[in-house]
Structure formats: C-alpha cells, structure tokens
Design a binder for this molecule. Structure first.
Ligand code: GLU
Length: 429
C-alpha cells in the first residue's frame, strides 16, 4: 500500500537564483512591502498550508515494481477550495511544486475566482511510459490523495505531461473511493464526461487576449507585430494559433525537438497539422528553418511568449532580449534575477499569474457546470473568460500605473491584497 507522509521542511537552498520558489518569494516580498502587509498576514500567506509526499509502487510492463515519488502542495485555501494542476515530469521537485502552488493562489485571486491554490507533481518520464503504466500510476496517486482531493476541498487539473485522459482516471478512481460520482473533483476532463467546451484552448486564448490588450497599450497593431513562441504543447500551440488568427506574424516557434524560424511568418495551421501527424513534434516541418533554440527568446521580434518551463529568461539572456513585450504563457518563465534587467530595458511584461490564468478560469467554469449539472455553450464560455481576462488585465495595469511598478509586481499586489483582506474578514485562531 502507498504510504502518505507529511513532508518535513528541507534545509533552505541558498544562492540559487534559478529556484522558482525563491523567484516567487522575492516578488511576493516586494509586493508585500508595497502593500504594507502586516506581519501576521505575511507569515500566513508565505508558507504553504499543507505538503504531502507519497511514494507510489507501480507495476511496470516488464513485471518490475517501480516506486514513484509524488507531491501535492496546498498553498492556501482562504479564497476557497484549492485548485491547480498535476505535473508529470522527470524534473519535478518539491520547491518547484511549492512555487507552482503559490502561483495558483495568486493567479486565482488576480482573476477573482473563488479558489485557493495547489499543485501536484510526480517524478516520472511520461513519454517513455506505456498507457497502462500511466494509468496505474495515476490511479495509485489518486488513491493516496483521496483525503486531500475533493470537489469542495482540492481540485486538480492538467499541467505539463497530463491531460484529459489522466483527469478521467482521477475522476473515476476518486469516485470509486468515495462511493459516488464526483465529476467536480477534477477539471480538464474529456468533453463527454463533464469537461467544458473551450477548456483545451483556454490558457492559449487567455495569452492571446492579454497579448492584444498589451499591444493596445503600447499602440502597436496586431497585423504589424511579430512574435516568437517558446513551447508548442497545449499552451504554446494554442497561443500561436490564436495570435496567428489575429494577424500577428509568428516568426519563430520551438518545442522539445528544436526551434524553427520563418522570416515571413510560419503558417501555424500547417505547423499544428504537422505536429499532430508526427508524434507531437515539429522536427522535419518544412514551413520553417531550424534555428538555435537558445536564440529564440533573443530573436528580432516584437513579442516573445515563453510557454514552456520555468526560468528560461535569466540574467544571462535578458540583456539580449529585443522584444518590447513579453507575455508569459508558462508558469515562472522569468527568474527574479532577470526582472531588473527587463524593467531597465523598458520591456512590458504580462506576468504568468495574469497571462496564463485563462486555463484556471475555464476550469472554474467546468466546475460550476458540473455543480449545476448544466452544460454551457462555447460562446458563453469564451465570452465570459475573455471578459474576465480583459478585466483582470485592466485592473493590474491600473495598479501598475498607480504605484509606478511593473505589471508583475502589480499582479502580486492585486492578488495578495485580495487574499489578505479576505483573511482579515475570516480571522484565525
Ligand atoms: N495547470 C494549469 C495552470 O497552471 C491549470 C490549473 C487549473 O486549471 O486548475 O494554470
């Protein structure tokens, strides 16, 4: 049987500027200072509420048992049940999951949806595992987290390495564990079993909406704007497609297989069709030339959209960025060490906790539909999500002007203020 243990605090990591938890905390500290956050609220919001580590013995196809390490970190539940995805990746680690969980708290607060923040992860290499192995792993994880998850407690969703298929297994296994159908325990489910229309493209769509809002502030026309997108998974490919449809010239894209460039603009419909026909990879795509992936984010484009992993914009490449606008599709793509350089260069950044919050917004709609037992039309989903994104953008932009601070810090100010005010009303011991 899988064991569940409460995690003990590790020795703090010192001097590593590329640690996402440190990057998150350094922005949190700046925003807390601007807000004049009192010591009690600071202490409450700083530490995650709960950290669970599990070891999951799973029978592999070769008959051997492999013990996987998995995490679920609930950062905060002041605004409501905790919400956040589950990541399957070989580089998953507790500090990363802690940072991602906190970002979920801030993200939900920025878009004003009634959720706290959480994140899960399992150290594994999903691309090398069979469907059966992944199913056994996902079910084992769900059973071990059955006292953490719950439709009104903690609601997982997809993240890197997971998708509707894994969410279906989680819904099924959790429903069995509690003896009743629990559709609202997880979002990002397949459409046929309570998933929401518009959920798949939601994060990429939010990136597009934020990008257009930012271009308007900069007085730039979409049809005269070029962009490079790092990452061609769910977020990157949808962001590319929707920006392409709005007339932006997507000159560069990248995925795990490499980076690809076309000075005249890549036909994103063709790139997606190619990817779908070639095991999810762009390698060999003839609509663009291969390029050095380390050059993509510093290429000659107006906008860069990092939509892959954390800490890809650092103090090392930030000085060479040519774009005027960064729209963060990924969580934590910019290290805190790069912030002053980017600000100094006058680059506008639509930060992750704002730009990629379209995904959790439509997850919220999915959860509401499951609770209502009623399905919304695609128009209803996209109209409401676009409005939420546009309103959140304006709110954060206004705060950035009010305090004369970058939009990243403004987003933290908006989020921390909301959670801290709610904490004051709710009170504590
Ligand atoms: N994993 C996504 C994120 O980082 C979605 C989370 C959710 O829908 O709960 O925002």
């Amino acid at each position: 049987m899988a064991a569940t243990t409460v995690y003990k605090e590790p020795a703090p990591q010192v001097g590593n500027t590329e640690n996402p938890l440190e990057s998150m905390m350094s922005r949190f500290n700046i925003a807390a200072e601007i807000l004049g956050l009192d010591d009690t609220s600071y202490e409450v919001l700083k530490a995650p509420d709960k950290q669970v580590i599990v070891h999951l013995p799973v029978m592999m196809d070769d008959g051997k048992v492999h013990v996987f390490e998995g995490y679920r970190v609930v950062h905060n539940t002041i605004l409501g049940p905790s919400k956040g995805g589950i990541r399957y990746d070989k580089n998953v680690n507790l500090d990363e999951v802690k940072a991602l969980a906190a970002w979920m708290t801030w993200k939900c607060a920025v878009v004003d949806i009634p959720y706290g923040g959480a994140k899960g992860g399992i150290i594994c290499e999903p691309t090398t595992m069979s469907v059966g192995e992944l199913e056994r792993l996902t079910r084992a994880y769900t059973v071990s987290m059955k006292d953490v998850f719950g439709p009104d407690r903690d609601i997982p969703a997809p993240d890197m390495g997971t998708g509707p298929r894994e969410m279906a297994w989680i819904m099924d296994e959790f429903s069995k564990a509690v003896g009743q159908t629990a559709s609202a325990v997880v979002t990002g489910k397949p459409l046929v079993m309570g998933g929401s229309l518009g959920r798949t493209e939601a994060t990429g769509r939010g990136v597009m909406v934020s990008c257009l809002a930012a271009l308007a502030k900069l007085g730039m026309k979409p049809e005269e704007t070029s962009v490079a997108v790092q990452g061609f998974g769910n977020v990157g490919s949808w962001a590319s497609k929707l920006l392409f449809d709005k007339g932006l010239k997507v000159k560069g894209v990248s995925d795990i297989s490499g980076a690809y460039w076309n000075e005249n603009g890549i036909n994103i419909d063709e790139a997606i069709a190619y990817k779908n026909a070639h095991s999810g990879r762009l390698e060999g795509f003839e609509g663009a030339e291969p390029m050095d992936p380390t050059k993509l984010l510093i290429s000659a484009v107006d906008v860069i959209v990092p939509a892959a992993v954390e800490d890809v914009i650092t103090e090392h490449n930030a000085p060479h960025i040519q774009a005027k606008l960064i729209v963060e599709g990924a969580n934590g793509p910019t290290s805190a060490s790069a912030d002053p350089i980017i600000n100094e260069k006058g680059i506008l950044v639509v930060p992750d906790i704002l730009a990629n919050s379209g995904g959790v917004t439509v997850s919220y709609f999915e959860w509401v539909q499951n609770k209502q037992g009623f399905k919304w039309s695609l128009d209803m989903v996209t109209d409401r999500a676009d409005r939420i994104m546009a309103d959140a953008f304006e709110k954060v932009y206004a705060v950035s002007l009010k305090y004369n601070i970058p939009m990243r810090i403004a987003a933290y100010v908006v989020a921390i203020d909301k959670v801290a005010q709610t904490y004051k009303y709710r009170g504590g011991y």
